[in-house]
Design a protein around this ligand. Structure first.
Ligand SMILES: NC(=O)C1=CN([C@@H]2O[C@H](COP(=O)(O)OP(=O)(O)OC[C@H]3O[C@@H](n4cnc5c(N)ncnc54)[C@H](OP(=O)(O)O)[C@@H]3O)[C@@H](O)[C@H]2O)C=CC1
Ligand SMILES: CC(=O)[C@@H](O)[C@H](O)COP(=O)(O)O
Ligand SMILES: [Mn+2]
Length: 369
């Protein structure tokens, strides 16, 4: 397989599954964590290795190390594996997703930003979702709604739900949230993940993205989210008959990853959840006064072209927050102002995405730096 983002949270879990099932790794792509990458090269003996920056190349114990986005695309073209695991973070994952699709490869997609930014240009038949909630929905729907042609029979279900943990600040007094530091925001209550998605969980941008991701994956706008504070339930399907089924598992990404990598899974991947030990579950509404970005939920679902605007503003704002230049609440403020400014955006081609991304980026830089 081809693993993009091998040194990250998803990447490391993917390699644990690869080792357990003795899967071949043809390509390792990492950013600049060469210490971990060198260990992975020793363990998996890949044919190609790509890193983010030229300066990192000299520290990697491998001959012909390549670097940069164009090298990721070049290696995708040269590779023989038919499976790409996209565990890159942010917009950096988009061009590799589009290239893998062009090469008719299967994509095990963790990089949700690919669908947020360019869902309407992505062939969903090539995508297997790794995102835990979407894996849960896929798991629940696959038995009931799969039609012969692989499409889902959407008449069977009434509504899809995904859950949110509420993020690191979910129990903070609302008027204290503006003082949250990076350390506070990275303290996720249930999951251990990369920095960006952990910040997105605290702003609820992650769940906003996941609603749009689900729209593309399951071809429906009939989707919503609520908080389940232990992240024991990941997804639910409300059926026409009035019953609801829920997908429950431990908070460990090895389960969705195993399904995405293997044709079928008939061994234990995670220890089952003991609900008697869990004791109780608490559910909460996602409130706009605590999560301001939730205000644009319907706007985004009804105009998915806004995905590139929201993602660009979010990545800019997170960069500024990580540098200590803006406060936590400004992340949502910048996103909401960008949506107002670019509300009439229209995507007619993939090229439009990159043009609009640059325009939004320039606007953010001239208004918020
Ligand atoms: N973590 C999780 O549990 C979940 C993650 N996801 C999604 O999966 C994706 C990955 O998330 P996560 O694993 O947490 O992210 P991490 O930040 O932990 O890992 C990102 C990976 O991408 C690499 N990388 C980043 N930028 C570049 C670049 N420009 N070129 C090459 N490599 C790059 C990093 O390299 P390095 O570290 O060496 O710099 C690292 O290997 C995200 O889209 C996230 O939303 C979805 C559900 C759950
Ligand atoms: C593990 C996973 O799929 C993440 O997307 C997780 O769901 C993020 O947590 P939140 O539910 O807090 O956004
Ligand atoms: Mn998720």
């Amino acid at each position: 397989m081809i693993l993009l983002g091998s040194t990250g949270s998803i990447g490391v879990n993917t390699l644990k599954i690869a080792k357990k099932f003795n899967l071949n790794i043809e390509v390792l792509v990492a950013g600049n964590n060469y210490k971990l990458l060198n260990q992975q090269i020793k363990d998996f003996n890949p044919k190609y290795v790509v890193v983010k920056d030229r300066e990192t190349v000299k520290n990697v114990d491998f001959k012909n190390v390549l670097w940069g986005e164009s090298s990721i695309l070049e290696v995708l073209e040269k590779s023989e594996s038919n499976l790409v695991v996209n565990a890159l973070v942010g917009e950096a994952g988009l061009r590799p997703t589009l290239k893998a699709q062009e090469l008719n490869k299967k994509i095990a997609l963790a990089n949700k930003e690919s669908l947020v930014i360019a869902g309407k240009f992505i062939d969903i038949s090539k995508i297997t979702p790794i995102d835990s909630e979407h894996f849960g929905l896929w798991y629940l729907l696959n038995g009931q709604c799969k039609m012969g042609n692989g499409k889902l029979n959407n008449e069977k279900f009434k509504k899809l739900y995904i859950t949110a943990s509420g993020g690191a600040l979910r129990d903070w007094e609302i008027d204290k949230i503006k003082e949250a530091t990076l350390k506070d925001v990275l303290n996720h209550p249930n999951w251990s993940m990369g920095k960006k998605i952990t910040i997105d969980s605290a702003t609820m941008v992650n769940k906003l993205f996941e609603l749009l991701e689900a729209k593309w994956l399951f071809n429906t706008n009939n989707i919503d989210a609520f908080i389940e504070t232990k992240s024991v339930i990941h997804a639910l399907v409300e059926w026409i008959d009035g019953s609801t089924t829920a997908h429950i598992s431990a908070t460990d990404m090895k389960l969705p990853i195993a399904f995405a990598l293997l044709k079928k899974v008939d061994v234990e991947i995670l220890k089952p959840i003991n609900l008697v030990e869990v004791g109780s579950l608490k559910f909460r509404k996602i409130e706009i006064k605590r999560y301001p970005v939730w205000e644009i939920k319907e706007t985004l679902l009804n105009n998915s072209d806004l995905g590139v605007v929201i993602n660009t503003a979010n990545e800019f704002a997170i960069e500024q927050f990580l540098k200590g230049k803006i406060g936590f609440l400004n992340i949502s403020k910048i996103i909401l102002e960008a949506v107002k400014k670019f509300e009439n955006v229209k995507l007619n081609s993939v090229e439009d995405i990159f043009e609009i991304k640059n325009e939004v980026r320039k606007w953010c830089e001239s208004n918020f730096i």
